[in-house]
Design a protein around this ligand. Structure first.
Ligand code: NAD
Length: 523
């Protein structure tokens, strides 16, 4: 059970999910060490903030250069610990982080600088306003194993450029990748205490929650997310929650079956289906249903499943056997309720304990677990629908709302439907790729989470907005201060009429009445 309370362990293994090989044993942080890390981060944060945005952008540039020159080594480290094909690690992890750095290098200065706030109300025209974006202080990041590099890195880069210190608690299943991230950041010039990693299982994350951090960015399951939200409520800690998804794909009657079926297969099986944005439900207009399902099945049978280190592998292992069991339970439930298995539908024990065959299911219904619960594995369930309305209704009939996609040759129709779908992102004619658009905000609605990462809105989460109010006439008492009376009441009525009455005559009379306020006697 994700997020279940366990005792703190002293060491955790870093394991290759394709082979079961233990790559290393890594020391875990104790509660005291988590507290000490946050304490050091707090001390170091002041100087980091004082460095200024431009210097921090230079450090990000160094990070980007180093990552680029080590791109293949980092991709292989990801494959060794998380299983995904190395080419996929390059595209969905390393490229995403290089581009997130590019976005911040180009935009952080403009997005973080002070912003003037012009006042519209006549009564406040004698004051000038400014928005000042301040770092929160120490930001805790708790991250999952499925994108062990791109998730914590994109969040950390935004936090750091905004002037925060970061303490990262990566998934216990992918600690080595987090340490690679730390060494890249430190070598680029981020001080050791400004970016720290605390290794361990759930209890280490819980210890980070209890520590005096100023904000938490959590990515993981809904179950753990709810625990985090409850603990955060106790101390009013601001949190961003990036949680699970059950993303629908809507294939309309004018869609290109060849393109859409390739998208469905990639969207369902990228990272062996272990992506928060993967295609987990597919609704196809009944006129295309059989040909679409057939095309998906044929393409799925051509996928090469194996060790991600092999350049020909399309689909790697799942992270652990317990994840395979969830997939198996969802597929067995669907089979028992008369879903048709068009491809896969079983484990691949000849490859190893963590392999499950990419699976296409047809004739699924909305009461099956495969259509309601997050499967997080290589399964593409396909359901026929009568028309666009039914497709939207079933797509919205979910506790989740991370992303969705609409497939059509008619852009206007696609946009109309996209606006009706309850999700943080809706793509027309693409799947999953929104995560790689550094300008696009990432996050969900409903159980898929609260807040945003990536882009302008992701950077906003890393700062507190302070409103700075400057009075232009410091020698003048404000007209609204004490010394009220009947004439002041009438003057204020006039003032309100002057600004808000409908007729010009009433406005002018209001202005005349209000004018007397300047001669008013005040305390
Ligand atoms: P998880 O919830 O089991 O663990 C996530 C992190 O929380 C891990 O680091 C874990 O050690 C830690 N944790 C566990 N219990 C904790 C506790 N009580 N207090 C504090 N921290 C605790 O999730 P997972 O299995 O690592 O990741 C898979 C889930 O993440 C899926 O549901 C997936 O959809 C979701 N996810 C969401 C996004 C997104 O951007 N919305 C991205 C990737 C993954």
């Amino acid at each position: 059970m994700p997020g279940e309370l366990q005792v703190m362990v002293a060491k955790i293994p870093s394991m290759n999910p394709a082979t079961g090989e233990i790559l290393s044993e890594i020391e875990c942080a104790s509660e005291e060490e988590v507290l000490a890390a946050v304490g050091r981060a707090r001390v170091a944060q002041g100087a980091w903030s004082d460095l200024g945005v431009r210097r921090r952008i230079e450090i990000l540039r160094q990070f980007q250069r180093r990552l680029h020159s080590r791109k293949s080594r980092i991709a292989e480290a990801i494959t060794r610990e998380a299983g995904k094909p190395a080419a996929e690690a390059l595209v969905t992890e390393v490229l995403v982080v290089l581009d997130a750095a590019r976005f911040l290098i180009d935009n952080a200065w403009g997005l973080l600088r002070d912003e003037a706030v012009p006042h519209g109300n006549l009564v406040t025209k004698l004051k000038s306003g400014r928005l000042v974006r301040e770092p929160h202080g120490v930001i805790g990041i708790i991250s999952p194993w499925n994108y062990p590099f791109s998730i914590p890195a994109t969040e950390a880069l935004a936090a750091l450029v905004a002037g925060n210190a970061v303490v990262l608690k990566p998934s216990e299943l992918t600690p080595q990748v987090a340490l690679e991230l730390a060494s890249l950041l430190h070598a680029a010039g981020v001080p050791g205490d400004v970016f720290q990693v605390v290794i361990g299982e759930g209890p280490v994350g819980a210890a980070l929650m209890r520590s005096p951090i100023d904000k938490l960015v959590f990515t993981g399951s809904v179950t753990t997310g709810k625990r985090i939200a409850a603990a955060a409520a106790e101390r009013l800690l601001p949190v961003v929650l990036e949680l699970g998804g059950k993303d629908p794909m809507l294939v309309l009657d004018d869609a290109d079956v060849d393109v859409a079926s390739s998208a469905a297969v990639w969207g369902a099986f990228v990272n062996a289906g272990q992506a928060c944005l993967s295609v987990e439900r597919c609704y196809v207009h009944h006129s295309l249903y059989e040909s679409f399902a057939h095309a998906c099945a044929e393409k799925t049978k051509q996928l090469r499943v194996g060790n991600g280190m092999d350049a020909h592998t399309d689909v790697g292992p799942m992270i652990r056997e317990r994840q395979v069991r969830i997939v198996e339970a969802h597929v067995e439930d669907a089979k028992a309720r008369e879903a048709r298995v068009l491809a896969g539908g079983h484990r691949l024990p000849e490859l190893g304990a963590n392999f499950y065959a990419p699976t296409v299911l047809a004739d699924v219904t909305h009461d099956m677990r495969i259509m309601r619960e997050e499967t997080f594995g290589p399964v593409l369930p396909i359901m026929a629908c009568a028309d666009d309305d039914e497709a939207v209704r079933t797509a919205n009939d979910s506790e989740y709302g991370l992303a969705a996609s609409v497939w059509t040759r008619d852009a206007k129709r696609g946009e109309r439907l996209a606006r009706r779908i309850h999700a943080g992102t809706v793509m027309v004619n693409d799947v999953v790729s929104c995560f790689g658009i550094s300008e696009a905000p990432h996050g969900g609605v409903k159980a898929s989470g609260v807040g945003r990462t990536h882009g302008r809105f992701g950077l906003d989460e890393m700062v507190r907005v302070k409103y700075l109010d400057m009075d232009r006439m410091p020698g003048m008492k404000k007209v609204w201060w004490h010394g009220y009376g009947e004439s002041f009441r009438r003057q204020m009525e006039g003032f309100l009429d002057m600004q808000f009455a409908r007729g010009m005559g009433t406005r002018l009379r209001g202005a005349w009445r209000a004018a007397g306020v300047v001669r008013r006697k005040q305390l």
